[in-house]
Design a protein around this ligand. Sequence first.
Ligand code: MTE
Length: 317
Amino acid sequence: MTHLYKSVPVRSSEITPKDTYLSRRDFMKAATVATGAALLSACAPSVADEIQNAEPVPTSSATDELGDPLNTYEDITNYNNYYEFTVDKQQVAAEAKGFTTSPWTVEVGGLVNKPKTFGIEDLLKEFPQEERIYRLRCVEAWSMVIPWEGFTLAALLNMVEPTSDAKYVRFETINRPEEMPGLKSPFYPWPYQEGLRLDEAMNDLTLLATGLYGEPNVPQNGAPIRLVVPWKYGFKSIKSIVKIELVAEMPATLWNSIAPNEYGFYANVNPEVNHPRWSQATERRIGELSRRPSLSFNGYGEQVAALYDGMSLVENY
Ligand code: MTE
């Protein structure tokens, strides 16, 4: 049986600004690190010094609409998937540091009446930024709660006016080998590409995110602009977009072309359809010890289940 969960995009205005205080969790983490260091070295700073010197990180008392706390800025920016840099999630931030995100343009074209190439500053000016707290559920079965900032993809698409032949939207990440060491890997058909059906792209949940926690995106999270499709596995949420094209046929996508039986085009979060190599019934929320049940459509069924009326979600995984 499929359960539908209500979800309302939550404004994150209560988010405590960066630099204010250390959360209890970070306080505990700092204390644990310091204790460990003290055991290993006679020269280790005292626990009190360590806590005083710990980097303040943005924290929040806000939750998502299901009542779950947000992940910390530190978690969100230090545990990433971005294969153009490295496959090591904890090294992406270091590898992506200094990545050039300005100037930046996004070309929007294909089957539209008014194709246009936007500078990132035009997008920020043209479309009011709003805050949305979304769960991000990776196909690898870890998840986070992230306060994004951005604007709906629908707002952008309405401006360029898709023609009646447009049925899908295709997205492409920048391909810049001199700054992205992972692009040397011949195993992947670069550039990273993703796609949505037009009605999925026009859904109000589908966001072009330009920031998180009130700060502009950092390279490891897909600066300057990335897609966020919260009811789908995270690989659909393509980073550092330079091209958006309206097309008539279902576009090829990077993961689907490598392993179509493992990564479907739809990729809706579905605890009842397992990945061929692991279960999707539960997930590990970063920062929690025990696993939690995964939710159908990642908890956004009320807004999106109707998009798939009459479709088999087992065949169209
Ligand atoms: N986009 C690009 N260009 N390259 C990638 O490797 N990884 C995807 C997605 N977008 C990826 C990408 C995957 S598998 C996930 S889970 C999310 O980005 C992770 O986003 P985050 O690192 O901001 O949490």
